[in-house]
Every structure is written in structure tokens, then in C-alpha cells.
Write a protein that binds this ligand. Structure first.
Ligand code: COA
Length: 376
């Protein structure tokens, strides 16, 4: 008889940068930049040639997004009004690159939590919004640093990269092409964020997560059955970043805002909430799961209001923090890592048989659902 494979989540790992920027620190730096800009351009502003910049506010940020702080890899240059971007010493090709380094840290934690020997891991997917370089793939560098004999590749589906990675890994397991796959999401989102843009300067933070997807036959006693995965993409320009080697910066456009993250936040909010809520409800029906009976939702962490609305539509009532935990307050939006951080920090208390949902959504648009059930 042919063996059938059942993909499960064996463990997860999390790397959190030590440094963190509070809303107060962020707004103080931003408003100093605004005051300096307005002073430097006072004459042009007075004659209407240049538009004065408006200050940011701690109250707005927290009310509009639920974000109170964000971890970053390089706090000082981000807050320095002469720089306002992350910077660190350039590393030689013989040193591990910074994105791979934090991915390795998260992956090591996932491996150790599962008691997994690297000899038994077959593949590494680096699934994240912003790769440090085009090639060699970040995944292959992570694979080599961990000592894994197998294969690796990068995939980018913006904020949905991790759930797309989990389905890809689960499909490898289902097909018998791999039995143990690491999905690593190192998100140094501070690099694509425009720290001078009032509308978005507060959104993102840095982090790395890892998910170990394996065949049930080799998983540790405590694991999560993957009941079903579903992916969806619909093209939209409402979240966009034109950075790339075919859109090279010229001296005139070197600071061009469109080479960084840009969004129409209101439109994203309005269009994505109903799309994702419906997708979850349809997929629950296909899997014969009562959405109202879901024990916990580990939703993408972009905006507290979006999560409140999605959870309400899915559960049929206003979700409390136990049903839909947030990590937005301390991590901000960490792109594809958000729902995995929420899962990593909030799953130990669930009992065998409890069913939950990991769900991502973001640029593309893209959305992914992973329904899971606790075992052991
Ligand atoms: N400080 C103070 N006021 C600000 C501000 C800031 N940093 N940024 C914007 N404002 C002002 C605006 O000027 C506007 O003022 P007005 O009403 O006088 O014109 C007001 O606040 C509302 O701005 P708006 O941009 O419409 O805010 P919002 O309530 O839509 O919240 C987001 C903004 C980005 C938090 C919200 O739209 C969002 O989270 N959308 C979804 C984003 C998302 O999930 N993206 C995916 C990324 S991967």
C-alpha cells in the first residue's frame, strides 16, 4: 500500500531584535525632521512653492493602528534625523548576511523546540517581503549556516509569504518530496519603510520567524495537524514598492518615495477586510469546520481595527484577546512574520483537539489561511 503523508507544524521559532522604538521616540524624531524641513524651506513654503510638512502624533498612531512600539535592527540611525534609515557596517561575502543571520536564529529555535537534528531536514524556504539580494538565494545561505543537506529557495508574497511558504512546504510533504521543511521569514522591514512619510512611518518593525513543517510520522508528540491551506491573490496597486534593478535610482530619483513602501491605507482596509473574512468562512465550510467554534485566530498583524472586524465576521461576535491575540502593540507590522509571532507566543495553552487559524493578508493583494488542530 502506498504511504500517505500528512503535513503538520512541528514547532516554530522567533528572533526578536533587542532594540525597540516607542511611539514617543519615533514621533519626537519625526517631528524634529519636520520642524527642520519647514525651517530650511521657510521661504519656499511662504510663497507656496513647497508644501509645509505636518507633524505626526503618538495618539493618532495608537488609535489608527494599535501600534505602541516596534523592534528594529538599528535604532540610532533610524532616529537620527540626518539619516532616518537602518544602517550597519557592510559585511564581506565571507560573513553571514544580516537577513540570513536573523533567519538562522529563528530556525535554530524551531529546530531545538522540535528536538530535530538538522540531518533530518530536507529543505529551507526563505519566505519574506524583502530579500537582501537577488542571489545566491537567502534560503541557501541559511541552509548552509544550519548545515542542512537538501535544497532551498526564496519566495516573496509580501505579507503573505509565510502562509504561502507553509502551503508550499505542506505540498512537498504531501507529495513525498520532502519530510521536513523549514519555512523561515526574516523580515527587516525597517529597510523598505519610508521613515520620512507621515502616513506610514509608524507601521513596520523587524523580526524573524521560522515554522517547521513535517510529515506526522516524524513530528514530536505535541504538534499541529494542518487541516487545510488556501491561498488567494488579486492584483492591486494599493500597496506597492517599485524598488528593483530595472527601476534604478538616478541622481534625481535616488530618494524617490516610490522605491520604498507606499500604500493607500484606507482602500487597503476597505478592500481586504471583506475579502479575507469571506475567504476564511468559505475555507472553513470546505473543511467542515464551524468558524464560530474556532478556538483561536492568529491573524496577520497590520492593524488592530482590521483584525477586530475580520474576527467579528468569522466568529460572529467581538473577539477578546484570548480568541484573537495581538502582538501589534510591541512588534508593529512585521509583514509575513506577524501571524507566526502571534501563533508562537500564544499556543501553549490550547488543548489537544482545539482548532485554530493562522491567516495572512497584504500586498498583491495576497491572502493565505492555514487551519490547524492541536495534537498531543
Ligand atoms: N499623525 C497624525 N495624523 C496623521 C498621521 C500621523 N502620523 N498620518 C495621517 N494622519 C491624519 C491624516 O492627515 C488624516 O487627517 P484628515 O482626516 O484631516 O485628512 C487622518 O489622520 C486620517 O488619515 P488616514 O490615512 O485616512 O488614517 P487611517 O485611519 O486610514 O489610518 C492606517 C491609517 C495606515 C493605519 C490604516 O489605513 C491602515 O492600517 N490600513 C491598512 C493598512 C494595511 O494593512 N496595510 C498592509 C501593509 S502590509
Amino acid at each position: 500500500m502506498q504511504h500517505t503523508y500528512s503535513p503538520v507544524i512541528s514547532s516554530t521559532g522567533l528572533f526578536t531584535p533587542e532594540e525597540s522604538i516607542s511611539n514617543e521616540e519615533l514621533v519626537e524624531s519625526f517631528n524634529t525632521y519636520v520642524a527642520n524641513f519647514n525651517q530650511d524651506h521657510a521661504e519656499a513654503i511662504a510663497v507656496g512653492e513647497v508644501e509645509a510638512l505636518a507633524p505626526s502624533s503618538v495618539e493618532f498612531i495608537e488609535k489608527a493602528s494599535g501600534i505602541k512600539a516596534r523592534h528594529v535592527m538599528a535604532k540610532a540611525p533610524i532616529l537620527d534625523t540626518a539619516i532616518m534609515e537602518p544602517r550597519w557596517e557592510e559585511r564581506s561575502n565571507d560573513e553571514i548576511s544580516v537577513l540570513a543571520e536573523i533567519g538562522v536564529k529563528a530556525a535554530e529555535q524551531a529546530l531545538s523546540r522540535a528536538g530535530r537534528d538538522v540531518k533530518d531536514v530536507d529543505a529551507v524556504l526563505c519566505a519574506a517581503s524583502n530579500m537582501q539580494r537577488p542571489y545566491p538565494a537567502m534560503a541557501i545561505e541559511i541552509q548552509q549556516a544550519l548545515g542542512i543537506d537538501g535544497f532551498g529557495f526564496d519566495m516573496n508574497v509580501a505579507c503573505s509569504s509565510a502562509t504561502f511558504g507553509i502551503q508550499t512546504a505542506a505540498d512537498y510533504v504531501r507529495a513525498g518530496n520532502a519530510k521536513s521543511v523549514l519555512v523561515v521569514s526574516p523580515e527587516i522591514t525597517s529597510g523598505h519603510l519610508n521613515w520620512r512619510d507621515r502616513d506610514s512611518h509608524f507601521i513596520f518593525g523587524d523580526v524573524a520567524t521560522a515554522v517547521l513543517v513535517e510529515d506526522a510520522s516524524m513530528a514530536p508528540a505535541k504538534h499541529w495537524n494542518i487541516l487545510g491551506t488556501k491561498l488567494k491573490t488579486v492584483f492591486s496597486n494599493n500597496i506597492r514598492n517599485n524598488f528593483g534593478y530595472l527601476n534604478k535610482a538616478t541622481p534625481e530619483t535616488v530618494d524617490a518615495a516610490d522605491k520604498l513602501f507606499i500604500q493607500e491605507g484606507r482602500k487597503v482596509f476597505k478592500e481586504v477586510v471583506p475579502m479575507v473574512a469571506q475567504m476564511i468562512i468559505d475555507e472553513a465550510e470546505r473543511l467542515e469546520i464551524d468558524p464560530a467554534g474556532l478556538r483561536r485566530l492568529w491573524l496577520h498583524q497590520a492593524n488592530a481595527g482590521m483584525n477586530r472586524l475580520i474576527a467579528q465576521k468569522v466568529l460572529g461576535h467581538e473577539a477578546n484577546a484570548d480568541e484573537s491575540p495581538t502582538v501589534l502593540d510591541t512588534y508593529g507590522n512585521t509583514s509575513s512574520a506577524g501571524s507566526i509571532i502571534a501563533f508562537h507566543l500564544n499556543h501553549d495553552d490550547l488543548a489537544a483537539g482545539d482548532t485554530g487559524l493562522i491567516c495572512s493578508f497584504g500586498a498583491g493583494y495576497s491572502a493565505g489561511t492555514v487551519f490547524v488542530r492541536a495534537v498531543g
